[in-house]
Structure formats: C-alpha cells, structure tokens
Design a protein around this ligand. Structure first.
Ligand code: SF4
Length: 66
C-alpha cells in the first residue's frame, strides 16, 4: 500500500498518538513522517487510519509502496 500525508494536514498529531508505529512528528521539517511499517500494515488498518484523520489528510492507495 502507498501511504501519503497530504499538504493540508493540520499537524494535529492524532495519527502519531493513535498509531506511533506508523507515523512520527518531524519537528525539523514541520510535517508528519510515514514510517516504513505503514507500508507493510494491513489494508483494513490503513483504511481505519485514513478515516481517523479529521481532515482526510492520510491518503491510502493500493499499488506501489513509497
Ligand atoms: S491526523 Fe491527519 S491532520 Fe492530524 S497530524 Fe495526522 S495526517 Fe495530519
């Protein structure tokens, strides 16, 4: 699965708090990093992760891992 954080992420930190093995706050770059484990996670988990983001900023797509 391909997981990306969209530019309109509001940096609320919810995804990092709920899924610390999948996402990390990058204070230096002021962004959310997608950790390697996110690419290996079950599709059902990733779909829930995407739904948990209040602004829909977590993109989950089938196919290439990046
Ligand atoms: S939950 Fe959504 S808006 Fe909040 S930090 Fe994560 S990607 Fe950004």
């Amino acid at each position: 699965m391909k997981v990306e954080i969209m530019d309109y992420c509001i940096r609320c930190g919810l995804c990092v708090e709920f899924y610390p093995t999948l996402f990390a706050l990058n204070f230096v770059e002021d962004r959310i990093d997608v950790l390697p484990a996110a690419m290996q996670a079950e599709e059902s988990v990733l779909r829930q992760v995407a739904l948990d983001c209040a602004v829909g900023a977590i993109s989950v797509k089938k196919g290439e891992t990046k």
